[in-house]
Design a protein around this ligand. Structure first.
Ligand code: AMP
Length: 639
């Protein structure tokens, strides 16, 4: 397939913000992609070069792209940088530069998606001497064959910011739309151009108006082969490829059948973590093939996430009674895979096996099973006092590439296990939580301060739950998890099968003292605001916030903040601006941490703007003393 065909879809995707339209465009692209290129196109449409379980990175910084652009276009790098600063999108800059060059030279060969992915993948494999020059060569090769628009998307893909809004959910739906027959009632056939459309007012191809009720009746009479089904289960046994559409007895069954197909594809994505393989399997092996995509030890699966409950009463009302309460350890999540060897993955599916030889060792010796996928939370232990340390203290171990052995002594860790996904070659995600968890007691031999099964209490009593929660906080945990005993493991979703309960933190009123001009679509707005508390009459930085601000609608918007702050800009350097402290915002956060990065010595974890404090002058920003006090009160950290 030519890369230009993919680029056409990128362009169209960029023009619309409507999810249904995006899905339709992606489905159209997948449908016309030949089988050989399908995996590649499915990855590239989301801007990915590797499936999400694959750790390889392109390792291309903006500097390198600037250099390649300069060499390809013959224009000085400094001039390209200036252009970039004013446009805010290096992709667009590439488009302009290549357009100018193309007026002079006609390129010899047309780019294919295969050529693009091959060069991009090679980038990730280069190491050692001469790497930079070889990377430059690979990028130049693509840019010099590229048409202007192709250059735009190559650069954006290199930077890892495609900006076309093709979310995983849209690609999942598009796989269903592309490779399974349309279900009548969910889809309609346009009477004018005969294309199949989801429920919408106008045909996306020819603009013809679609009248719901009327359309169902006409669609039923279409000339293709119709599969009539009684229930969603019929979809498993039929070869859907032989049919042009699916007809159900009523609308409810149509919706159920559609949701069934969506779920089958989603499960395949969750288990394989590979959109490309999922699309290819849907096309070549249908529902049956998707259902056999299995968990593979060594390939991380998306973890199940938890919702937040207001308090314990709320938690019980969500998960039911009795429930299992567990300490919510303040560390990071680890998915442990064991087959012949042991592999450790973070919640973001990064492979951290090398960084934690101590965990590999303890797990190898003290978990007795041939193979498994289990999950737990790693926390730091103070080597002297053996007290549990907050996450911040061990975060450096995750990124560490050298001196790892010494680190295991300096910052020892403990693993607290809380779930089992696969055991002795059996996928048990559909088994109730209490059964999955029971495996842990069978296979884990606890080692003090090193390995344990998460501390738990099964109860229906709110009084007992309160006491357990209090105990959890006193021990330095973040709070408790409250889990439904009968729930299955739902990879990748934030379902209410378990909820977290944590103390809410008092919000802070902080002054805005700096910001950054956005890039791309956000180039006209200030974003990423530097916030500060007060010490005497000085303002001290405590972090940056960009969350909680909307593009439009109710609440605090970027336009609103930009207009308020623009007259207060006192200095500008590149995209960064310094702002006179006049505006106060109320900020919510999950935790206060010590931080050498900011002048206050503290940072906020997950800060979020609640509102603008029009009623308070900046002088009344919260003080460093208050920040310190709140820090000390957190999770029984009081001395
Ligand atoms: P949050 O990151 O606030 O959404 O909370 C969920 C995270 O808490 C999980 O992803 C785990 O990393 C962590 N966690 C700590 N203790 C437990 C536990 N007992 N069960 C499940 N998750 C836990």
């Amino acid at each position: 397939m030519l890369y230009s065909e993919l680029v056409n879809t990128y362009q169209e995707l960029e023009k619309t913000t409507k999810r249904l339209e995006k899905t339709y465009l992606i489905a159209k692209l997948l449908k016309k992609t030949n089988t050989e290129d399908l995996e590649t196109v499915t990855l590239l449409v989301q801007g990915n070069v590797f499936p999400s379980y694959d750790q390889r990175e392109l390792g291309v910084a903006a500097r390198l792209i600037l250099k390649a652009l300069s060499q390809t276009s013959g224009i000085e790098q400094r001039k390209i940088e200036d252009k970039w600063a004013s446009i805010g999108d290096l992709g667009k800059v590439a488009e302009e530069l290549i357009a100018k060059k193309k007026q002079m030279i006609l390129s010899k060969e047309e780019l294919t998606v295969k050529k693009v992915i091959t060069n991009l993948r090679k980038l990730a494999e280069l190491t050692g001497a001469g790497t930079v020059e070889r990377k430059l060569q690979l990028i130049r090769e693509l840019l010099s064959s590229a048409q202007p628009l192709e250059a735009k998307y190559i650069v954006r893909t290199l930077l890892g910011e495609l900006r076309i809004g093709a979310a995983e959910g849209s690609i999942r739906d598009a796989i269903v739309w592309a490779f399974f027959p349309p279900i009548i009632g969910i889809f309609f056939q346009c009477q004018k151009c005969k294309n199949w459309m989801p429920k919408m007012q106008k045909c996306l191809e020819c603009g013809n108006k679609i009248d719901d009720k009327f359309a169902i009746e006409i669609t039923k009479k279409h000339t293709g082969k119709i599969l009539k089904i009684k229930s969603k289960k019929d979809l498993e046994n039929k070869n859907l490829k032989n049919y042009d559409s699916i007809l159900t007895e009523d609308e409810k069954t149509a919706r159920e059948a559609y949701n069934y197909l969506i779920n089958v594809v989603q499960t395949a994505i969750n288990l394989s973590n590979d959109l490309g393989i999922t699309a290819l399997t849907a096309k070549t092996k249908g529902v049956k093939g998707l259902l056999t995509i299995a968990l593979k030890i060594g390939v991380p699966i998306k973890v199940m996430l938890f919702q937040k409950a207001k308090d314990l009463e709320d938690a019980f009302s969500i998960v039911g009674k009795p429930a299992e309460l567990e300490y919510k350890y303040d560390g990071f999540r680890l998915q442990i895979h064991k087959n012949k060897e042991i592999k450790l993955f973070t919640r973001r599916l990064e492979d951290v096996t090398k960084q934690f030889p101590d965990i590999v060792d303890i797990v190898k010796k003290n978990i007795k099973a041939n193979n498994y996928i289990i999950e737990g939370e790693v926390i730091g232990i103070d080597p002297k006092t053996k007290k549990w340390l907050p996450f911040q203290n061990i975060s450096q171990r995750i990124k560490r590439k050298y001196g790892i052995k010494e680190m295991t002594k300096e910052i020892p860790v403990m693993l607290n296990l809380f779930d089992v996904i696969m055991i002795n070659n059996k996928n048990i995600i559909k088994e109730p939580f209490k059964k999955r968890r029971a495996w842990l007691d069978k296979i884990v031999k606890p080692v003090p301060n090193k390995l344990a099964v998460a501390k738990a209490l099964i109860t229906s009593s709110e009084k007992e739950a309160e006491a357990f929660y209090k105990e959890a906080l006193e021990k330095g945990n973040e709070g408790v998890m409250v889990k439904n005993l009968d729930a299955v493991y739902e990879p990748g979703s934030r379902v209410g099968y378990g909820v977290k309960v944590k103390p809410t933190m008092e919000t802070l009123d902080l002054a805005i003292i700096g910001a950054e001009w956005g890039t791309g679509k956000r180039a006209k707005w200030l974003s990423s605001f530097t916030i500060a508390c007060k010490k005497g009459d000085k303002f001290l930085e405590i972090g940056k916030v960009g969350t909680g601000i909307k593009e439009k609608g109710a609440g605090v918007t970027f336009t609103q903040l930009t207009e308020m702050l623009k007259p207060l800009i006192i200095k500008q350097k590149g995209r960064e601006v310094t702002i006179k402290p006049k505006i106060l915002i109320e900020v919510d956060y999950e935790e206060i941490q010590r931080s050498p990065t900011y002048s206050s010595g503290f940072a906020l974890r997950f800060p979020r703007v609640v509102k603008i404090r029009y009623d308070k002058p900046a002088d009344e920003a919260d003080s460093l003393e208050k920040v310190k006090r709140l820090y000390e009160q957190q999770r029984g950290r009081k001395k």
